[in-house]
Write a protein that binds this ligand. Structure first.
Ligand code: CAA
Length: 413
């Protein structure tokens, strides 16, 4: 971190980051390996985060949060993820699972739930993906049928992070199968709702501390006042808007993962001796460390820029996709190189770096694969190119003819 932080961040941001750092030192570093091995949740750390008032950072003050926005969330998640990337997502998923309410909920719904999310009393999950609808988020099969006084939800969701711990599950379901753009609605399912159950907890390669589940809905009744926004058909839009806002959080998890791996690699390289000297004195190791540091720092400031844009109310559709994609690819690359610096020891589970390598992989997959992020970025670029007439006139005539033959609208998005 550099001096710029005092210009970019408020004292409240810096204070939250310092509190997150302390929690990471006390509860994550010493316990991360055990929770990973046992697939057990780090209750101590989550309790400490709640007591430190960190769980409501993305929630506005009027709904009981501290109102330091997505940038505050990103700083905290980065700090946690440096020590334990799995805890980074265990924390950030509460934002992903409550942002649908922030984005689309009625004032009454926000008042009912958000203050209790901010204290940590209610944990959240986001149930969008299904067995046959992952990247194609519009292709959901889970149905919510209108009945007297509410809806009955039926079907199964896949990859529900925090599913077995959450008190509130934002469930996206089809309310109008005949509609193209208004097929889906979002509902708040509460843990104790009859018919709601956990079908399976997944056995994962990484982020083992946090449960990822199949959640099942056997004709779960939800009253009308749990339809998010009170109007059916808005679910797909709400899910996309939520992902735009939540992606800086997962990107921050990636920055923390890269930063944690880099710190471990530099610490090791300055202490491990070969040929009579620390391996950090070899130029090939130095070049690797320098590249890892450059990539991590570039990802970090892309994430901060995107988070600050979200807080300023600017559309982040493109920058969130960029931040998520670049930071996740960086985390995977840096964690891989960090294992290389550790040599044979890096391949052993006795050493902490193997876990970073395993934890990094999911970052390129969840909250939208990096292929989907590149598609979102490209779609934005193509749309922006429609404004580029002032540049088109400088492109030679032959190519202009191609423009005439193939107008921008014909680009397959
Ligand atoms: N904000 C607001 N509205 C949006 C939007 C956005 N960012 N993106 C799309 N929309 C609107 C469009 O304007 C359009 O509206 P109209 O019908 O009114 O015109 C409508 O939504 C459909 O948009 P598209 O035609 O662009 O939709 P598409 O079917 O082509 O899908 C997609 C686009 C980007 C691929 C999308 O399906 C997507 O993001 N897929 C990835 C899903 C994803 O990220 N899943 C991860 C789940 S969470 C997770 O992993 C979890 C975890 O637990 C940690």
């Amino acid at each position: 971190m550099n001096e710029l932080q005092n210009v970019v961040f408020t004292p409240a941001h810096l204070d939250c980051r310092a509190r997150a750092h302390e929690i990471a030192r006390r509860y994550l570093l010493p316990q991360a390996a055990r929770h990973d091995r046992d697939h057990s949740y780090n209750e101590d750390a989550m309790r400490a985060a709640a007591e430190a008032g960190l769980l409501g950072t993305w929630i506005p003050k009027e709904y009981g949060g501290s109102g330091i926005g997505i940038l505050g969330l990103s700083l905290i998640v980065e700090e946690f993820s440096k020590a334990d990337p799995a805890f980074g997502v265990a924390f950030a998923v509460n934002a992903l699972g409550s942002i649908p309410l922030l984005m689309g909920g009625t004032d009454e719904q926000k008042q009912r739930y958000l203050p209790r999310v901010a204290t940590g009393e209610l944990a959240c999950a986001f149930a969008l993906s299904e067995k046959f609808a992952g990247s194609d988020a519009g292709g959901l099969a889970v149905r919510a049928e209108k009945v007297d006084g509410g809806y009955r939800i039926h079907g199964e969701k896949k990859w529900t992070t925090n599913g077995s711990r959450a008190s509130l599950i934002m469930c996206f379901a089809v309310t109008d199968p005949t509609s193209k753009s208004r097929r889906i609605s979002a509902f708040v399912v509460e843990k104790g709702d009859p018919g709601f159950s956990i079908r399976k907890e997944e056995n994962k390669m990484g982020i083992r501390m946090v449960p990822v589940c199949e959640t099942a809905y056997d004709n779960v009744f939800v009253p009308d006042d749990r339809l998010i926004g009170g109007k059916p058909g808005m679910g797909f839009k709400h899910s996309m808007m939520t992902l735009d806002w939540a992606r800086p959080g997962v990107a921050a998890q990636a920055v923390g993962t890269a930063a944690g791996a880099l710190e471990l690699a530099t610490t090791y390289a300055t202490r491990r001796k070969q040929f009579g000297q620390a391996i950090a004195s070899f130029q090939m190791i130095q070049a690797m460390l320098a590249d890892m540091a450059m990539q991590t720092e570039a990802a970090r400031w892309l994430v901060y820029m995107c988070a600050a844009q979200a807080d300023a109310g600017v559309s982040v559709n493109k920058t969130a996709a960029m931040a998520k994609c670049f930071a996740a690819d960086t985390a995977m690359k840096v964690a891989t190189d960090a294992v290389q610096v550790f040599g044979g020891y890096g391949f052993m589970e006795d050493y902490p770096i193997a876990k970073f390598f395993r934890d990094a992989k999911i970052l390129q997959i969840y909250e939208g694969t990096n292929q989907v992020q590149r598609m979102v970025i490209a779609r934005n670029l193509v749309k922006e190119a429609a404004e580029h007439d002032y540049l088109a006139e400088f492109i030679p005539f032959e190519t202009q003819e191609t423009f005439v033959d193939q107008p921008l609208e014909s680009v397959n998005l």
